[in-house]
Design a binder for this molecule. Sequence first.
Ligand code: ADP
Length: 295
Amino acid sequence: MTLHVLGSVNIDHVYRVPHAPGPGETLADQGYARGLGGKGANQALAAARAGAAVRFVGAIGADGGWTRHHLASTGVAVDHLAQVSEATGHAVILVEPCGENRIIIHGGANRALPASLIDAALSAARPGDWWLSQNETTRVHESFVAARAAGLRTAYAAAPFDAAAAEAVLDGLDLLALNEGEAAALETHLGQPLAALPVTHVLLTLGAQGARLISGAPGARTVLEVPAFPVTPIDTTGAGDCFLGVALAGLDHGLEAAEALRRAAAAAAIQVTRPGAAGALPDVTEIDAFLAERA
Ligand code: ADP
């Protein structure tokens, strides 16, 4: 089967600065790094590194050719990654010596997906495939409606959190993924506990406390607890994206939920011990070796 990811591609421009520039100030940086980011790209890369067949559905600008190459060279199919006239989505990140960040996000191509993109991508999908999306692109709600009608299983990461966007797509989802903060915000917004939501599975990640999968019809739920592996983290950026991508890779491969989520916990445990997000994702060999060591 295939995991289709409708999601964002972001170019992260990270500048080390002596201090945040004041009004009218021009400031020389003390270092620059460029990286591939975006929740969609990170989740797609996590799943592909874990061995899934992954197709990316999204858009970049003329400046984003290297991001297409990065995805493709990791094994992600990019035949439905459109090129549009807007700039590739990007983040300008200023990092002060104390570690404080100031970030500007430009949605760009992520917010300008062509109208024909979803139908074109779904024409290449098969019933039973997974369709995964988040909140960093346009066309998320309409894509879930069309994917469900085409017989695909649907998964949604409620991030970056937007209460109205989450509420709009909940009904009929196969899997809703959220972290603790997103879960609390959604419960407050809806006035309902997670277990009452109209979705088949709720995947709640709890950082170093592990994860919880709440499954079944409301009123007849089962709960699977997935412990985190004890490690010493150095950078937890993107842990949730890694966990979700690897979990869906396992489910798409036909693994039982407990096994798919154990692999996801192993992958995320490896990832948090390395710096960065996309560049820190483990591959299938590393996940297998970690699990063999911890067995
Ligand atoms: P997000 O990045 O979306 O906030 P979480 O922080 O909940 O997501 O982390 C996702 C998963 O990553 C957790 O369920 C856990 O398996 C793993 N993880 C995160 N932090 C740690 C940690 N300090 N040690 C081990 N595993 C971790």
